[in-house]
Design a protein around this ligand. Sequence first.
Ligand SMILES: NC(=O)c1ccc[n+]([C@@H]2O[C@H](COP(=O)([O-])OP(=O)(O)OC[C@H]3O[C@@H](n4cnc5c(N)ncnc54)[C@H](OP(=O)(O)O)[C@@H]3O)[C@@H](O)[C@H]2O)c1
Length: 338
Amino acid sequence: MDVASFFLLLGGCGLLYLIVQLIRFVKADGDLTLLWAESFGKKPECQLPGKVVWVTGASSGIGEELAYQLASLGALLVLSARRENELQRVKKKCLENSNLQENDILILPLDVCDLESHEGATKRVLQHFGRINILVNNSGRSQRSLFMDTDLDVYKALMELNFFGTISLTKYVLHHMIEKNQGKIVTVNSMAGFIGPCLASGYSASKHALQGFFNSVRTELVDYPGISIINVCPGPVQSQIVHNAFTENITKKPEYTDQSHKMSTSRCARLILVSLVNDLNETWIAEQPYQTFCYMFQYAPSWAMWLANKVAKRRIQNFKSGMDADSSYLPKQKTKTS
Ligand SMILES: NC(=O)c1ccc[n+]([C@@H]2O[C@H](COP(=O)([O-])OP(=O)(O)OC[C@H]3O[C@@H](n4cnc5c(N)ncnc54)[C@H](OP(=O)(O)O)[C@@H]3O)[C@@H](O)[C@H]2O)c1
């Protein structure tokens, strides 16, 4: 082969590689490190059997789906949320679809805002299982309202639940993990934890706070290499989140809006499990165009904010006309939430 043909072949290979990467990115529903870990990293099937996993917010949405996937992989579960009857329903379905026995799933009703109860709840889990390998801080509520229309009480409630509740429970569980020098704290954060979407200023602030908090705590745990702090940041996912969101005042419920354009709950839960078994410090779980937006926000924030302003106009219009903020310009997904 002469030199010219060699360079032509090399260029062709380079171009092909770029095209493959571009196609991967166009189809990406996670950041590229996460998708690499999904293909070549540790598998949840090998890492999770026998692990004690405490999931908060397990009575619906992402937490419920995590419970099903964890149970089918043979993890021992602690299921927490406020609605005990819903937790019983989730437990029953977990037992039906796994080899777990009655005692392998502990129902532990918990109001994450009741900080006084966190120490007792942690002791109860340790009494039952003797260890906590993984805490998934998943419980949370969102917001659908404009800042200027919203009472300050809503901002306080969002911080109480999403931020203070989460860090308080983490503190008790971390005590135990530090003693053992092992464990994973997984926090279901959000794209709103590093991007500022309209209609969710308080929610976004609470998730930004969590992001900063856990990034800081991770660095304080350098002497405990067996402990991982993992922030997973989903974009829009099918769940009850909009139905349960705060609005302008603490008592008003949002109107029902169609959620079928969002990522399926099962895909989101699977990518959360991949993130945790591979100890990925931060992952972005979202389909396009959200994934591109995450990369823009990270690497070209001024452009991203210019684009965010353009999109905000449309989202606020949709919100004011009673639709989901994003539903009008995104295709429906095939998998609906259960
Ligand atoms: N769905 C999305 O688009 C999306 C995107 C990014 C991030 N996230 C995050 O994902 C997490 C799960 O939300 P989801 O989408 O699955 O919404 P969801 O279906 O509304 O589930 C929220 C869960 O949190 C629990 N919860 C609410 N208040 C609580 C409290 N005071 N104490 C204990 N548990 C409480 C709820 O249970 P009870 O009502 O029974 O207490 C429920 O199990 C949240 O942290 C959310 O911010 C969701």
